[in-house]
Design a binder for this molecule. Structure first.
Ligand code: F3S
Length: 666
């Protein structure tokens, strides 16, 4: 072991080079100076953070500089500083309208773009801005266009736009780029523009500071073993710089300041660290003192590694130690047909087999994860001797899923799941990767419903019982259905009006009427409302399961009672009779009852007329039954229709007399 101990004092050659163009660019330097100068004028606010660097922002905050996001947050008497990104024309107008004095820290290069887009849009061009639509600089540029500009992020978006507009646009296009736009991407975009449209204007607006810094960083990174990029992690130009360095020098690190330097991490993987070359660059918003501090601390840390420092042990110590059951995050580094390989920051390689990735037999590893994904796992087995760790994603999914189930129970929330199978006493539903048992009594609203019909269906249920130790949960579909029914009822009662029409199924029949389900609420159709004809029992007209079109006749919201009507006016036999028959018509009628003063005869179902005893024959009749019997069908003349009293008079005699007169005439 002693043999591998290494003295860094002897081995490390301190070649640390700082890029000439690291740190504040001209525009940022100018804006920051303007803020510090403005402190003398009293209260100062900046519209957004003056630069994306937490150290500078907090230093300014200590000096009383507030950061505001909008003009209406500025107090009277405060002086505002516009940062180098610039703002829209509307923001400047707002400041002026409120009489707020402001110092314009917009970088002159950005100002140039504002002028281009204003002028071009005023001349009727459509301005196309290549950049990040969320970036304040791009929003400021867009806000200086007179008409709506088009903002496109990359070559893919540009190709789509160009294809769509190829030859269609009535207006000419003017292209500009965000000052920090990637120079290579801009070249690709320019080629695409030339390919699709000849007649347009392209302005090279990428700031040379960015270009120079990026080129220099790439060159330095290519000559370095370790590259450090110093700058705010939310600064887009710093991140771009880091990406460029990382492509050339895989051991590139992004740090906000010197405190984030991790020598062990940086030196990991070097078997021979003599003559390690270190390069440092920094984003446009990184102050010089941070760059200096990074360099000084680097040298100091390397110098302080004494002769007893054991690099391998230190690297070993920097690795995580994992044990079975640990929960760990890792990055997918490769995926094949049977497993995924994972970097979990340990000496050992992590493997996750297909059956530990998913329960779904139709999926392959690549359907579940892809290279670069950050995924959480449970350690199944650590094999130090062979240098691998078996992992399970499925178990984490189930744990995460179970947490959701516990939360759903606490919050009485409704979960969605799929019924997988019928089991003894109920069904199993799957939700969030967890199986939930739903007892038969909680699976349906009615006992006679078949559980098999639920299989493979998506259902909503509530969790009614959880056993966290055993990882088991019991659910209820019925509770959700009941709640839905209650909600529907409440809604129904809120809105229902007399006269509303519904379609409903006959649920039950009694001697006095039928109950119709109006969607969770039952209404009753009284027997007298079922038919215009006289019926003895509702079953003469309807059967259970029939769907009826009904309307609300009467409501008692306090007693939750609804009386329904079913008979339709157009079926009313009186209406039918009046439409089809007139006084003087001769009709075939059927004797339905006999009284001492005459016989009642049915003209059409539901409409009877009276043949008075004096009208039964052309001679005197003393007893109706001598001439007519129930069931006889005879011809009679309608002699009177009294609509008001709903009385119809019939006469056989009139008909006989008419016939006799006609015979005499012949
Ligand atoms: Fe200006 Fe270029 Fe800096 S546009 S703000 S000098 S990166």
């Amino acid at each position: 072991m002693k043999a591998v101990q290494k003295s860094f004092r002897r081995w490390i050659c301190l070649e640390i080079r700082i890029a000439d163009k690291a740190g504040f660019c001209f525009g940022v330097d100018r804006a920051v100076k303007l803020v510090y100068e403005s402190l003398e004028k009293g209260c100062t606010v900046t519209l957004g953070e003056i630069i994306h660097n937490p150290d500078v922002v907090s230093d300014l905050s200590v000096r009383g500089v507030r950061v505001v996001e909008a003009v209406d947050q500025i107090r009277d008497g405060e002086t505002a500083v516009i940062r180098s990104h610039g703002v829209s024309a509307q923001v400047c107008r707002q400041l002026e309208d409120r009489g707020i004095s402001y110092i314009d820290g917009t970088c002159p290069y950005v100002k140039r773009i504002h002028n281009i887009v204003r002028e071009k849009s005023e001349s009727g061009y459509i301005v196309v801005i290549m950049g990040d639509s969320e970036h304040p600089e791009v929003q400021g540029i867009a806000g200086n266009c007179i008409n709506e500009p088009v903002i496109i992020a990359d070559d893919r978006g540009l190709t789509e736009f160009l294809k769509k507009n190829n030859g269609n646009s009535q207006k000419r296009l003017a292209f500009v780029a965000q000052t920090t736009y990637n120079i290579n991407m801009w070249s690709v975009c320019k080629k695409l523009i030339a390919e699709y449209i000849g007649d347009c204007e392209i302005y090279d607006t990428i700031c040379s500071a960015t270009n120079d810094r990026q080129n220099e960083a790439a060159e330095l990174a290519a000559r370095s073993d370790i590259m450090i990029v110093a700058g705010g992690k939310n600064s887009s130009n710093t991140r771009k710089l880091y990406d460029i360095c990382k492509r050339v020098c895989p051991k590139s690190f992004l740090v906000e300041n010197a405190s984030e330097l991790n020598m062990i991490e940086m030196l990991k993987g070097f078997s021979d660290i003599s003559n390690v070359r270190i390069g440092i660059t920094a984003g446009a918003s990184t102050p010089a003192h941070i760059i200096k501090e990074v360099k000084n601390q680097m040298s100091e840390k390397l110098q302080n590694m004494d002769e007893d420092f054991n690099f391998e042990e230190a690297i070993d110590a920097s690795f995580k130690r994992l044990y079975t059951g640990n929960r760990v995050k890792g990055y997918i580094t490769a995926v094949n047909n049977t497993e995924a390989i994972v970097d979990i920051g340990t000496k050992q390689t992590g493997y996750v087999s297909l059956d530990e990735l998913t329960d779904d037999p139709s999926l392959k590893p690549a359907d579940v994860v892809k290279v670069g994904d950050e995924v959480e796992f449970i350690v199944l087995k650590v094999n130090d001797a062979e240098g691998y760790i078996n992992l399970s994603k499925k178990k984490v999914d189930a744990m995460v899923g179970f947490d959701k189930i516990v939360k759903a129970k606490d919050e009485d929330a409704v979960l969605e799941g799929v019924v997988m199978s019928v089991v003894k006493g109920g069904v199993l539903a799957s939700t969030n990767g967890v199986k939930v048992f739903i007892p038969a009594s909680q699976a349906t609203m009615r006992r006679d419903e078949k559980l098999e019909e639920l299989v493979k269906k998506t259902v909503n249920f509530k969790i009614i019982e959880v056993n966290e130790q055993k990882g088991k949960a019991v659910g209820s579909i019925k509770e959700v259905l009941k709640a839905e029914r209650e909600a529907a009822k409440a809604k129904f009662w809120e809105s229902v009006q007399v006269g509303d029409k519904f379609k409903g199924e006959v649920k039950s029949i009694t001697d006095y009427g039928v109950f119709v389900d109006l969607g969770g609420i039952d209404g009753m159709v009284h027997i007298s409302e079922l038919s215009w004809n006289r019926i003895k029992h509702p079953s003469e007209v309807v059967a259970v399961g029939d769907v009826l079109e009904v309307y609300v006749k009467d409501l008692d919201k306090d007693a939750n009672r609804i009386s329904l009507g079913y008979k339709k006016d157009e079926d009313n036999p009186i209406v039918k009779f009046e439409n089809e028959y007139n006084e003087g018509d001769v009709v075939k009628v059927k004797i339905v009852s006999i009284t001492p003063f005459g016989a009642f005869a049915q003209i059409i179902p539901g409409i009877d007329g009276l043949i008075h005893i004096s009208q039964i024959a052309d001679k005197r009749v003393t007893n109706v039954k001598d001439v007519l019997s129930i069931g006889d069908e005879v011809d009679a003349k309608i002699t009177e229709i009294d609509s008001e009293k709903k009385r119809i008079s019939l006469s056989i005699r009139a008909l006989l007399e008419e016939n006799a007169a006609e015979s005499d005439a012949e």
